[in-house]
Design a protein around this ligand. Structure first.
Ligand SMILES: [Fe+2]
Length: 267
């Protein structure tokens, strides 16, 4: 199975697991064959549900401590089943009703430009595979845990949904340099951004909120002042835990400053 066409990187814990490789391929094929309409179910195994359950249990107390209010409310309203991996159709019923966004299956992690542009149409390109059971608390790539617990929950918040769409609309109009700036700002806000709330730093970004590494967020993060032009000119490493965290003075400023910054493309 370790063919050159493998969807799993040689460093991935699932690389030497033929069953895992086959499942990843089957899930990717479902996405490739998808042409709209009801999203086909993925048949997850009991081991997969076990990984989901373990991550949910690990994250719940971390969210109580470290997540911003908007996320805690969004997550409560989404009420993902902590015992079984939810199917995208179920998630989309709630997400569409809340903000008109939907999770759309993709075979591979979308490139920065494609990813952002689809947000402009209130579609979130979502992977559906789950991390390997040998390393349930670490994932080198965005899996279904990241997409649902992080992004889908956040996107039920109308402010997050609006800002995501605006970043996407901007990416539909921007040149290559603009797309790079937008990707960086997306990374340092909606993936790894934070806000001050009740005198404490709280996580807003999906990358922080979906990762068990969130427990290190307050003592190991390198806080930087909220500064959109600085974020837009700071390169990042995808697939790596981000220890540089730009902290907005409030959730309202987080939203308002992002809206003002993208207006250079959307006005
Ligand atoms: Fe993400």
């Amino acid at each position: 199975v370790s063919t050159p066409a493998s969807r799993v990187h040689p460093d991935h814990p699932g690389f030497h697991d033929p069953g895992y490789q086959a499942q990843r391929e089957a899930i990717a094929q479902l996405a490739l064959a998808y042409r709209g309409g009801p999203i086909p179910h993925v048949d997850y195994g009991e081991q997969d549900h076990g990984v989901w359950r373990l991550v949910c249990e690990h994250l719940a107390p971390l969210h109580a401590k470290f997540a911003c209010r908007a996320f805690r409310e969004a997550s409560a309203s989404m009420a993902l089943d902590p015992t079984r991996i939810p199917q995208l159709e179920q998630v989309n019923a709630r997400l569409r009703a809340a903000t008109g966004f939907s999770m759309q299956p993709v075979a591979e992690v979308a490139s920065g430009q494609t990813f952002l542009q689809r947000l402009g149409d209130r579609e979130f390109p979502s992977t559906r595979f789950i991390r390997h059971a040998d390393a349930p608390l670490i994932t080198p790539e965005p899996d279904i845990v990241h997409e649902l617990i992080g992004h889908a929950c956040l996107l039920t918040n109308p402010d997050i949904a609006r800002v995501s769409q605006l970043l996407g609309r901007a990416a539909q109009r921007a040149d290559a340099d603009g797309v790079q700036a937008l990707s960086r700002v997306y990374w340092f806000s909606l993936e790894f951004g934070a806000v001050e709330e009740d005198g404490e730093v709280k996580a807003v970004g999906a990358g922080l909120l979906s990762s068990p590494e969130l427990e290190h967020f307050r003592h190991d993060s390198w806080y930087l002042p909220w500064d959109l032009p600085h974020m837009a000119s700071t390169p990042y490493r995808p697939n790596k835990w981000e220890d540089r965290v730009f902290v907005a003075p409030s959730f309202a400023r987080f939203v308002a400053d992002l809206e003002a910054w993208v207006a250079q493309w959307t006005d």
